[in-house]
Design a protein around this ligand. Structure first.
Ligand SMILES: [Zn+2]
Length: 380
């Protein structure tokens, strides 16, 4: 496990993927956590793509869970390995533990832009297609506290209740988004110090440095708070808060509207022309119902910032965007309400906005809850 593995590269990608463990024994393994007992399956790609060396994999790992991966994403991880792979293993683990979520299919840049592989997978409707790059960016931006909370959520999903001890056999590095013993030790020490968990530290003889993990009443309380902080998980509405100005019309139609729609959500913008300088009840009611709010700070409008703050107060995820012009960024930073500490999608054109925002929605929010069959029929 977590030996110094690497993918053997040849002119064409070899199948099965070959890993080299330290002892020189070759065997295939999970690309994310390097476990050797993973079950791997090649997904059909067109014969033309196959000749080009393209492939897609379906992996079921006893530690990470189930995921699919396109060839270019696979190669990216194989080259990048270590840190990125460990974060992704935690991402897959969380999705496999949470019954509301579906398994991801990781795509790289090429497979996202043009590949029958992706079409094929979408046809299979089994996975949620996510951009590897965006997921990594999101995971790498998690603060230490957010990361501890992510681990607590995983442990709570794994645990049967607050008096239960988690079975040591269910513990894995994937739960901690880590591949290092030392790091798991430090993370667990912090979880214990916060009063969220109790455990025993083990110095030798086991895979992980911890055993007998239990969530405390305080840990469960925090878990419930975290869940309350993720409201409207069943909502299909994506609210757009932006500057109402003719200069933004194209970005609205070709960028925001399409990105949200193509991600499977219903975009909503309330035309506020009649409500200038008035906090509108309708707007607040609609934000309350939304799964997420896209906040574009171009133009630095105060009502946009108010809507962002209102959504954040309710725990509704906010996706920040801004037109990528130096003047805009500068103007933004001079404002009293500075939003620079948030990770903004900087966009150059409506098309650029559409691509970037769609990828961010897929990575951070995930796909929309499926419509019922009747509803689908009704929309035809
Ligand atoms: Zn794995």
């Amino acid at each position: 496990m977590c030996a110094d593995v690497f993918l053997m590269k040849s002119t064409a990608w070899t199948w099965p993927p070959v890993f080299l463990e330290k002892g020189g024994i070759k065997k295939p393994g999970c690309i994310l956590c390097a476990d050797g007992s993973v079950s791997l399956e090649i997904l059909p790609v067109s014969s033309e793509r196959e000749r080009m060396g393209d492939f897609a994999l379906h992996c079921e790992c006893r530690y990470c869970g189930e995921y699919g991966i396109a060839a270019d994403a696979y190669c990216f991880i194989a080259e990048d390995r270590r840190r990125g792979a460990a974060l992704l293993s935690g991402y897959v683990k969380n999705r496999s533990l949470d019954p509301r979520k579906i398994s991801p299919f990781f795509c790289g840049k090429e497979s996202l832009s043009d590949s029958p592989t992706v079409d094929l997978v979408q046809k299979m409707r089994k996975w949620e297609v996510v951009s590897l790059e965006n997921v990594l960016e999101f995971l790498q931006s998690r603060s230490v506290v957010q990361r501890l909370e992510d681990i607590l959520v995983n442990l709570c999903l794994l645990s049967g209740g607050w008096t239960h001890l988690i079975d040591d056999r269910d513990l894995s590095f994937a739960l901690y988004c880590s591949s290092e013993k030392r790091e798991v030790f430090e993370l667990h020490k912090e979880l214990n110090e916060r009063g969220w968990t109790e455990c025993q530290f083990v110095t030798s003889g086991s895979l992980l440095p911890v055993s007998n993990v239990r969530i405390t009443a305080r840990g469960w309380e925090r878990y419930e708070d975290i869940l309350r902080g993720m409201p409207n998980v069943e909502s299909r509405q994506g609210f757009i808060a932006m500057w109402m100005n003719p200069s933004m019309d194209e970005a609205f139609k070709e960028g925001f509207w399409k990105a949200i729609g193509e991600s499977g959500y219903d975009p909503l913008r309330i035309d506020r022309e009649h409500f200038i300088n008035k906090i509108d009840d309708e707007i607040m009611a609609q934000i309350r119902k939304s799964r997420f709010v896209v906040v574009d700070v171009t133009g630095s409008r105060q009502n946009v910032l108010f809507e962002a703050g209102f959504a954040m107060g309710l725990g509704i995820p906010v996706l920040w965007t801004c037109k990528n012009e130096e003047a805009e960024v500068k103007k933004m930073s001079e404002r009293l309400f500075d939003t620079r500490q948030f990770n903004h999608i900087l966009w150059d054109s409506p098309e650029d906005l559409r691509t970037k925002l769609r990828a961010r929605i897929q990575a951070v929010i995930g796909s929309a809850p499926r419509r019922s069959l009747e509803e689908k029929e009704g929309n035809r």
